[in-house]
Structures are given as structure tokens and as C-alpha cells.
Design a binder for this molecule. Structure first.
Ligand code: COS
Length: 377
């Protein structure tokens, strides 16, 4: 029996509880999908999530706000049922986050397509020489008559190879470092953009390295002001980092459910595995980590939804704790499954591979520690 008692916490409103119930029913009817061909699976998932109305939560119109609690609830629920469904949902939001926050009316037209599931979005920040250190971006965007010319490389780009629209960050040079970057909205069929390499990982997702060679974008492709790209990126990450924590939470809950079923169904020395005190200790630790992660995630989401200008510290705490805790919970789940836990294709074996990248992307754990320490009063 799934524990939904956290939905009674005061962070939520009735509409969130209704959302959780409706999405649970949708997930039970539609997930998981086969992951053999991740490109096809992600395209299908974006279309299905769009048709189901769930992608409406990934964008916000002018004057509206993204509801971070809804984003987190949806991500944790999808991740509990199918990690690729969570990925497909999350990228529509992260990819278009800068447009939701800072986009012009014309740029927002793309939101209709990404929120409807007709277009796939990507977020191109990382470069071969600039991962944690965003201020070191070297891709350039220089002014040319009528617009901008972009050159450089982006790597580890989720949905690279299948995206239709992308928010990309490049150096426009108003000042050195963080103050010389800008954000642009780039259709992925633009001349000069190519997929240089598809990247394979332990938990396959569509990922690619992109090369930009003389990509020309119109003047109005600029998102926000020139030179403000670093702040645009960080504002988007402030919103989406708690949602990464939420995805980790969903994976931890899936591992917990599998473990409870395992220890209740297997006997050892004539009694259920669950009755052994050391197993009970592990079950308690798993439950504690799950609740603590949920509290940090929904605290951050609630604070943003209340109108906080920045939730940088809360977002970093939620992402750091929830992803690290989920790794520990899933590792314990593998352990309590015995040899079955490492059998290829077992649900906890898949979770063990899936969770690892969440401690790295959208700000590695040590970056979150730097952010938290830097935000101490
Ligand atoms: N929201 C708005 N503005 C922010 C901000 C935020 N969350 N974080 C920083 N800023 C502003 C700062 O206030 C500062 O502006 P002022 O000089 O006007 O005060 C400016 O941005 C530079 O900030 P800072 O000096 O903290 O930048 P650093 O170069 O030291 O970088 C880290 C900070 C490491 C935290 C940042 O580069 C980072 O988050 N890296 C991880 C990147 C990441 O998540 N990559 C994954 C890509 S998506 S898979």
C-alpha cells in the first residue's frame, strides 16, 4: 500500500492533492513504457504527457508563475512509475524554463507547442570545458546585421538529437566571466547546428554533444537582456533543482516499495525477513531519509510558490539531500534483495543505475554544498 500521508502536509492545497490522485491513475494506465529505443520512447512519452494535459504544468504564460509544488509532485509520481517518463516531462520544463520566466510574447508561442507535447525542448548550458563552472562558457554569440552569430560546442545536452527547440547560453562579452553571458531561443533545425556525438550512459537517455558553426539567430532570439544569461540560467535552476530532488524521491519510494514487498514475502530461518531487527533498522533508515527528503523538497517548492524572489539555498538543500538520500535508499534496496538486486532488468537494479546521474546533473552535489555555504547569513 502506497503511503500518501505526505499529501496532508500544509505545503499543499486541495488542487495538489487532486493532481496527485489523477496523475496516479494516469500512470497506472500508461506506464511504464519499454525503454529499448530511448529516442522513440521519449517522443512517445512527450506526446502522451501532452495529450494527458500534464505538460501544461511545464510552462507559464506572461505574468503567471510555474507552480513548483505541482512540478515536484508530478516528477516524483512519474519517476516512481517510469524514470524515462519523468525525464521526458522534466526536460519540457527545464528546456523552456527561461522562456516561462523571461520570454517575450513571440517566444512564448513555443510554449503552446512544448506544453501541448507537439515540440520537444532542450536546455544547452554545459560545454566540454564548462560544467560546474558556468561562468567559464566559451561558446560565442556575436552581433551581426539583423541578429546574432553563434559558434561553439555544448555537451551532455538532454534531448540532444530529438529536440525541436532549445534555450542556449553563449558568451556575448559585456564583461568577463558570469556577467558576459546571454540566453537565446534556438530552433533545432537552424542551419549550422549539428549533433556531433550521441552520448551513451549507464542509464540511457537521449543525450548529445552539439556543434554550432555559424548559427545565425534573429535579434529577437535573445531571452532577457544581453549579459544577464548567467542569472537567467541560475533562476531556472533554482526552480528545477528541487524537482530533481523530487525525481530522486520518486525513485527512492519505488525502491522502498519493492523492498517492503521483498522482506515481507521472503522467509529466513522460519520467519519473514522483515522481522529481523537489522532489517527493521534499514527499513527505518529508508523511511526517515524519504520523509526528510520530501520535507526539504516541498519546503523549497512551497517557498517559491509563496512568491520568494530566490530560493537558492532551499533549492540546493533539497537537491543535495534528496539525491544523496535516494542513492543510499536504493543501494539498501539492492542489498536487501540479495543477488536478485543485481540481476539485469530487476527494478532495483535499474533504479541503481538511474539514480546516479541525479547527483551530478543540474549542479553536482559539491556545487550544491558550495551554494549552501555561500548562502549562509
Ligand atoms: N539566481 C539569480 N542570480 C544568481 C543566482 C541565482 N540562483 N546565483 C548567482 N546569481 C548571481 C549572483 O548574485 C551574482 O550576481 P552579482 O554579482 O550581481 O551579485 C552572479 O550571479 C554570479 O554569481 P556567483 O559569483 O555566485 O557565480 P559563480 O561563478 O561563483 O558560480 C556556481 C556559482 C558554481 C554555483 C554556478 O556556476 C553553478 O550553479 N554551477 C553549476 C551549474 C549547473 O548546475 N550545471 C548543470 C547544467 S544543467 S544539466
Amino acid at each position: 500500500m502506497r503511503d500518501g500521508s505526505f499529501l496532508d502536509w500544509p505545503f499543499f492545497e486541495p488542487r495538489h492533492r487532486a493532481l496527485a490522485v489523477a496523475l496516479e491513475a494516469w500512470c497506472e494506465a500508461n506506464l511504464p513504457v519499454p525503454h529499448d529505443d530511448v529516442d522513440a520512447a521519449c517522443k512517445g512519452l512527450v506526446a502522451a504527457l501532452g495529450a494527458g494535459g500534464w505538460l501544461q504544468h511545464t510552462g507559464a504564460g506572461a505574468g503567471e508563475r510555474l507552480d513548483v509544488r505541482s512540478l515536484c509532485l508530478i516528477r516524483e509520481t512519474l519517476a516512481r512509475h517510469d524514470t524515462l517518463a519523468d525525464f521526458a516531462f522534466a526536460m519540457q520544463g527545464l528546456g523552456m524554463g527561461a522562456v516561462s520566466l523571461f520570454g517575450t510574447v513571440a517566444q512564448r508561442a513555443w510554449l503552446d507547442r512544448t506544453q501541448g507535447g507537439q515540440a520537444i525542448a532542450a536546455f544547452a548550458l554545459t560545454e566540454p570545458g564548462s560544467g560546474s563552472d558556468v561562468a567559464a562558457i566559451t561558446s560565442t554569440a556575436i552581433r551581426v546585421p539583423g541578429g546574432w552569430r553563434l559558434d561553439g560546442q555544448k555537451t551532455w545536452i538532454s534531448n540532444g538529437g530529438i529536440a525541436d527547440i532549445c534555450v542556449i547560453f553563449a558568451r556575448t562579452g559585456e564583461a568577463p566571466g558570469a556577467k558576459g553571458l546571454s540566453a537565446f531561443l534556438m530552433p533545432c533545425d537552424v542551419a549550422g547546428l549539428e549533433v556531433a556525438e550521441r552520448l551513451e550512459t549507464i542509464a540511457p537517455h537521449p543525450l548529445a554533444r552539439l556543434r554550432l558553426d555559424g548559427v545565425v539567430l534573429p535579434e529577437d532570439a535573445l531571452i532577457g537582456e544581453a549579459g544577464q544569461g548567467f542569472k537567467v540560467a541560475m533562476s531556472v535552476l533554482d526552480i528545477f533543482r528541487p524537482t530533481v530532488g523530487a525525481a530522486a524521491l520518486g525513485m527512492a519510494r519505488a525502491a522502498q516499495a519493492a523492498t517492503l514487498s521483498r522482506v515481507r514475502g521472503r522467509t529466513i530461518q522460519g520467519q519473514p525477513l522483515e522481522k529481523l531487527q537489522m532489517v527493521q533498522g534499514h527499513l527505518a533508515d529508508m523511511a526517515l531519509k524519504i520523509d526528510a527528503a520530501a520535507l526539504l523538497i516541498y519546503r523549497a517548492a512551497w517557498a517559491k510558490d509563496q512568491g520568494a524572489a530566490r530560493i537558492t539555498r532551499e533549492a540546493a538543500m533539497a537537491k543535495l539531500y534528496a539525491t544523496e538520500a535516494a542513492q543510499e535508499v536504493i543501494d539498501m534496496a539492492v542489498q536487501l534483495h540479495g543477488a536478485e538486486g543485481v540481476r539485469i532488468g530487476h527494478p532495483v537494479e535499474a533504479l541503481f543505475r538511474e539514480i546516479r546521474a541525479l547527483r551530478i546533473y543540474e549542479g553536482a552535489s559539491d556545487v550544491q554544498r558550495l551554494v549552501i555555504a555561500g548562502a549562509l547569513a
